[in-house]
Design a protein around this ligand. Sequence first.
Ligand SMILES: Cc1cc2nc3c(=O)[nH]c(=O)nc-3n(C[C@H](O)[C@H](O)[C@H](O)COP(=O)(O)OP(=O)(O)OC[C@H]3O[C@@H](n4cnc5c(N)ncnc54)[C@H](O)[C@@H]3O)c2cc1C
Length: 398
Amino acid sequence: MAMATLGRRALLAGLGGWSAAGLAGCAGGPNLSGPSAVRLARPRLLLPQVRAELDRITRVTVCLRPFRKAGPRLDVETVGDKTVVHNYGHGGSGWSLSWGSAEVATRKALAGGARDVAVIGCGALGLTAATVLRRAGANVTIYAADRLADTRSSRATGTWSPDSRIAAEGETAADFPELWEAMCRTSFRGFQNYVGLAGSPVEWSERYSLLEDGPSAPTHAEASGAPRFLSLIDRVRDITPKQTPVPPGENPFPVGNVRRGASLQFNVTEYAHVLMSDFLLAGGRIETRVFNTPGELTALKEPVIVNCTGYGARALWKDESIVPVRGQIAWLIPQPELTYGLYYRHISVLPRRDGIVVQQVGGSEAYGWGDDREVPDLTEAHEAVSTIAALFARMAAA
Ligand SMILES: Cc1cc2nc3c(=O)[nH]c(=O)nc-3n(C[C@H](O)[C@H](O)[C@H](O)COP(=O)(O)OP(=O)(O)OC[C@H]3O[C@@H](n4cnc5c(N)ncnc54)[C@H](O)[C@@H]3O)c2cc1C
């Protein structure tokens, strides 16, 4: 059909947005000038293509999600004369829950009246906890082996995913769902303060789920032994837009079932820059320091310590309840015109400003379970990018 062909060509030419008028003009209907034709002409969504080319991969990164069956560790313990507030083990939800978790940690850290607080770790959880503590009036020093740009947090997808691998069914405290919901809502509000800023540290992007009829191809790295992950997202359905079907005539994708929603996206390079700058401008301090045992924390001058060491807590705190859930990203050169993400054949694409995220996410959240190989798998990366390339090639050929 002429309309479909032009629509797809336009898509491949990189045109963006709805163009009802333009498409009505080329729809090939019998009476384009009458009012009924305008009613009949269905707008097709024109979207810029993802340039999924292997030579546009700028890097392949790997990260380990710090998963605990019981959920994040947020309790308080005493080490020597120090009060240690734990804030680690957020699985695949660390960025999303960071502001809410920071608020919980801050309340506990300041409960005894201390004003000088040390934060161990400068990833998503450490930096937000330090920021919230500083806002509450505490004198805060972050001690960390790595600054945010070098942490595992900087290798995350960067999407709103507040219950991703957060805990296992039947393994949490009874009040965890309520606590999670409170953290989730607090975080969601916290992120709105970063939407609309120069550089777009946080922004909304549209998401398309492209689902084909019939059974999906098995993925090679599904691990056995993973628990049933706790799903809590239904508790907060009210805060994000719903995914709705986009009928075949109104979308450019060559699959039977297309759904569209929108979600928050964290452009982590810019977001990390804003968080670090704000913390330092507010008088916070950062020192590079490595701790080998909890006992070494007692040498710090601060009486209260917030432990935000993420997967590092497995070695530092000998917390073997932390299980790695490996995830890998192939980064493509950014395309500023690309403002939508998509999910297709177990590959997720996110249009981040600092690089387009292409990620094999497997058929379930168990993908990467128990896998602590923190080295890139180039075959997986190339397969993921090639799958997206094949999608757009199909669209060009249709
Ligand atoms: C592939 C992948 C994609 C993800 N995508 C998302 C997403 O889209 N959205 C989302 O919300 N979450 C996502 N996550 C989860 C999220 O990345 C983590 O939950 C989060 O990064 C954990 O942050 P953290 O600050 O606890 O740990 P880290 O980022 O690991 O930071 C730990 C800090 O502690 C320091 N440290 C550790 N041990 C020591 C020590 N012994 N001495 C001194 N310093 C120490 C480190 O140097 C670092 O500064 C993803 C995870 C992966 C693997």
